[in-house]
Design a protein around this ligand. Structure first.
Ligand code: CA
Ligand code: CA
Length: 490
């Protein structure tokens, strides 16, 4: 009886362990074999791309590649390699070579993606069609959106998932050697990919992801690329450049931070490398170390700017950039941040004009630009920082026209510099600001011409002296200061 029980238990154990192993069987040998096949398929695809894109005939500066029509790219096919790397991962998720191969080939396989092919053909049409109609442009733009959303972003996400598995502290010693066999040669250089290159690739993927989040945050598609359609889109109040998804702005900021941290991580790894650097793609040598530190410095500055107020100085004005605030409280309409402008179509051309006719009347509706700048800068701060002035000490009025001068609000005004009236024209006087202005000097009305009066500032001005409307011309009234004033068309 005891024997039977043992036998039953043993059988049960075998059965359960068998079923377990068939549902979740790790097969490193099979995985390795699939990876080799995948590498071979990858090399084959790479060779075709290389051959096709190599320049062939040159006449002068104009060289032809093997790509003469979009269908020539049909042979760029990394899907086979991608599928095989996936089969290798299925057989053994711990196969890091397969994880790396899958991450890279997934992106290259986009060349064969139906959404890419539609986009490629549409853009080919746009670029080779001189009488471009707005319909084909609209079509191409739509294909671009479809490609980004339905093919490109999923591919980036997939590769990021592979990187999350590969780029772990416990894999710090992982190295992938690209031997001549890999690129189908019998002899040649061997390249080493270690965590420096992997982290660098990871950082690039993260920054691309940040970028794709931006494309999804705001309405950047136009429904219609005709002039009329573009005009309507640019006009204030349209939905173009309005916020579609505030969460995507938050994600973009997070991914940008992750990308910078990952790039810094790659640099730390690179700086700690002590092995022979001859075969490394990214090298840490006496020759490169200065550039590595410079790059690190720039990354630290970017990291700081992404998260803390960042001071920008120009033209004597300091503004505090708060990128983090902008991304985390994204403005609902980017167009609304601009000064008032009009959009029109003139002679079949799009014209965008500011409503303000001069620097003084130019008003920024939000001098923080949706929270991008801290501390509520003044209109004048923004104008000086962006160097919006008609004139200044460096910028003269109308190429140095002596009859114009620059006022203290940087606007060009008629009148040449003077110290006495005699330096001005006969119909002018020298004003308190030392520029010639219209109107001769007077002490009483009789000093002025018949249609004028002598103002309280002792300058002859338009409008003869009066006591009531009947003293004035038909289109004038006698104002409270007792001179005739234009009353408009009665
Ligand atoms: Ca090395
Ligand atoms: Ca290295």
């Amino acid at each position: 009886m005891k024997k039977i029980i043992v036998l039953v238990l043993t059988t049960l154990f075998i059965i359960t362990s068998c079923t377990d192993s068939t549902s979740d069987k790790v097969d490193p040998e099979k995985s390795k074999m699939k990876t080799e096949l995948a590498n071979h398929a990858f090399t084959k695809a790479l060779k075709i791309v290389k051959e096709k894109t190599e320049t062939t005939e040159c006449s002068g500066d104009d060289c032809n590649s093997g790509i003469e029509n979009p269908e020539d790219m049909d042979s760029f096919d990394f899907t086979n390699a991608y599928n095989l790397y996936n089969e290798a991962i299925e057989a053994d998720p711990g196969n890091l070579d397969a994880q790396l191969g899958a991450a890279i080939s997934r992106i290259l396989a986009l060349l064969k993606d139906p959404e890419f092919i539609k986009l490629r053909n549409a853009w080919w049409n746009v670029n080779n069609n001189f009488d471009l109609d707005s319909a084909s442009l609209t079509e191409a733009r739509l294909k671009f959106s479809n490609f980004i959303n339905n093919a490109f972003i999923p591919a980036i996400d997939y590769s990021l998932d592979r990187m999350a598995i590969l780029d772990k502290p416990e894999n710090k010693n992982y190295v992938y050697l690209i031997t001549p066999e890999f690129y189908d040669e019998t002899e040649g250089d061997t390249f080493e990919l270690d965590m420096t290159e992997i982290k660098a690739f990871h950082a690039i993927l993260l920054s691309v992801k940040a970028g794709t989040n931006l494309t999804q945050a705001y309405k950047i598609d136009l429904n219609d690329y005709s002039l009329e359609g573009i005009k309507n889109a640019l006009t204030k109040g349209s939905n173009f450049l309005t916020l579609l998804n505030a969460g995507k702005m938050v994600s973009a900021h997070n991914k940008a931070n992750e990308a910078v941290n990952k790039a810094l991580d790659a640099i730390e790894f690179l700086l700690a490398e002590t092995d022979d650097q001859d075969n490394d793609l990214i090298k840490n040598t006496a020759k490169t170390v200065d550039n590595i530190y410079k790059f690190k410095d720039n990354l630290l500055k970017i990291k700081d700017a992404l998260n803390n107020p960042y001071e920008l100085k120009n033209n004597g004005i300091a503004l505090s950039l708060t990128i983090s605030n902008f991304f985390n409280n994204a403005p609902t309409d980017l167009k609304a941040l601009l000064p008032d402008y009009t959009v029109s179509i003139e002679n079949n051309e799009l014209k965008v004009k500011l409503v303000a006719e001069n620097r003084v009347s130019l008003i920024f509706p939000d001098t923080t630009f949706g929270g991008l700048l801290a501390g509520n800068p003044s209109q004048e701060d923004i104008k000086l920082f962006t160097e919006i002035y008609e004139c200044s000490a460096n910028v003269s009025c109308y190429d140095g026209d002596p009859y114009y001068h620059c006022t203290k609000d940087f606007t060009c005004k008629y009148g040449k510099a003077c110290s006495t009236d005699t330096e001005c024209e006969t119909y002018e006087h020298c004003g308190t600001d030392n520029y010639c202005a219209n109107g001769t000097r007077c002490s009483e009305d009789s000093n002025c011409s018949s249609g004028e009066h002598c103002s309280t500032e002792n300058i002859c001005e338009y409008g003869k002296r009066c006591s009531n409307d009947t003293d004035c011309d038909s289109n004038e009234t006698c104002n409270t200061d007792s001179y005739c004033e234009w009353a408009g068309d009665k």
